[in-house]
Design a protein around this ligand. Sequence first.
Ligand code: SAM
Ligand code: SF4
Length: 426
Amino acid sequence: MRYHIWTIGCQMNAADSRRAADALEALGLARSATPEGADVLILNSCVVRQRAEDRVYGRLSSLKPLKARRPHLLIALMGCVVQEDVGPLRHRFPHVDLFFRPSQVEPLVEAVRRHLHHNPTPDQPGPHRLSPAPVSAYVPITHGCDNFCTYCIVPLRRGPQWSRRPDEILREVGKWVQRGAREVTLLGQNVDAYGKDLSEPIELADLIRSIHEVRGLQRLRFLTSHPRDMSQRLVDTVAELPKACEHIEVPVQSGDDVVLRRMGRGYDSAYYRDLIARMRDAIPGLGLATDVIVGFPGESDRQFMNTCQLLEDLRFDVVHIASYSPRPGTAAARLPDDVSTEEKRRRHQAVEALQTTVASEINACLRDHVLEILVESRQKGKWMGRTRSNKLVFFSRPDDLRGSLVRARITETGPWSMQGQLADKR
Ligand code: SAM
Ligand code: SF4
């Protein structure tokens, strides 16, 4: 018996898919590289932009002939496409057997188990064998979001924020490390608001301090942070704790105060600039990533230029760029989507060009530096790892270095990755 999982969207979906894979392997299913080879097929979906949603529907439709050919195939859809009322989806995709809302991994696996029990196939599950753990594991610590950024569908699909209990998170981190992970990334839509909703409220800074004590864990990251929830205490904790990596993802979305207000972000550009200055001051060598949306309703050319100016001034290591996409049920969907597709594309390309230059310049300064790399995997004949500031480094070496912390001298740099040579192995 084999399973195949197709995932798009955020790291939270990647973490959910990984959990589902582990649970299915514990039931004795093996991974299939293709949907055609699978008996259980899971699609983990995203609706953050129309394009993602369209890809999910395209994928679902393409599975119809496969299901017709192989009726015993179990197809399950999970993630943000699935709303409370699954009637319309059931009607549109009758070949899908099961529907689960985001992060409902345990009910999904339980339903698969029941299905296999009641529908025995000639090929039964084999002995239980778990795939190796990733060197860098994702650990969700909050689900949902309490903010209502006017463009964003996430709170409508994932509901209000709830935080997992610290003891449960610590146990999960411990398990990952026992299985071979060396780094964990704590996940939440608004990860720096962690703990506010717990009956005994604690802060992300406190949680990080406890996780830091886990023996065998070498590195610790968290994402994505909301600028308004990033406390000085959290910044100082990252600066202080050796395992906490110098890497923070803090989306700005726009560099224009009027657009920020209309997006409902709860800060202005002066606040954001000050936050970045404080973080850089406290954390030397900080790798910073941000998100921007271009073409929000009513965004004028001047307002867009304010975003470009902010990006030019603050010089991020990474900028995730999105063209605005109206999402049903959000406040912004009621505004006219008045920046043309052509203009959105132009703005998208302008930010891309600007960021390519900035990232190339930042990375070029790292040439000849010796950096600590955690080696994650082998890709196209080279080892791939990340620096503490989350930069990708590739290098050649015959021995198996997966999971090792090494030091590499940077020999070549580009905007998105770097090449290196091993300096020594720890
Ligand atoms: N919680 C994070 C924050 O505060 O920014 C981000 C989570 S959101 C699911 C991921 C990214 O998708 C956002 O940063 C935003 O840039 C993009 N996004 C969300 N809604 C969008 C929309 N309607 N159109 C275009 N991009 C969107
Ligand atoms: Fe969406 Fe805003 Fe919540 Fe991020 S903080 S998930 S952008 S509503």
